[in-house]
Design a protein around this ligand. Structure first.
Ligand code: SF4
Ligand code: SF4
Length: 121
């Protein structure tokens, strides 16, 4: 099956919203990732884990925050719906972890994220 990320979005949203036991953060990012983002985006959506209750030592990492949506807790940069039209508003400046995330069956994470939403893999 040919996958189209702009009609999927499953890896940008957590249906139960739990990441490191906390619903307020989506993915951990690096200082370099954060520097690449606009100052506006960074101030609004990047937090240090300890600010939102992620326990040390991983609490010392930077995270993108989430927002509650109809599909679950979505990354702050996500727009649209899972399994519908969607996009990443910081696509050109997205974190490395998202850059290296390949779509398809060769990436078990992609498969697993899609399964979370009962999407074909
Ligand atoms: S889960 Fe896979 S197909 Fe869906 S957006 Fe992420 S990489 Fe693309
Ligand atoms: S930064 Fe963009 S690609 Fe990465 S999880 Fe958030 S919305 Fe998805």
């Amino acid at each position: 099956m040919r996958l189209n990320c702009q009609k999927c979005g499953a890896c940008c949203v957590s249906p139960n919203g739990i990441f490191y036991g906390k619903p307020k953060v989506h993915i951990d990012i690096t200082e370099e990732d954060a520097k690449r983002m606009s100052r506006y985006f960074r101030r609004r959506y990047v937090v240090r884990g300890t600010e939102v209750g992620v326990p040390a030592p991983i609490g010392n990492l930077l995270y993108l925050t989430t927002k509650e949506t109809l599909d679950g807790y979505a990354c702050a940069a996500f727009r649209g719906r899972v399994n519908g039209l969607c996009r990443c508003v910081i696509y050109d400046r997205r974190p490395d972890v998202c850059r290296y995330f390949t779509k398809g069956r060769n990436n078990m994470m992609c498969t697993s994220c899609r399964e979370d939403f009962d999407l074909k893999v």
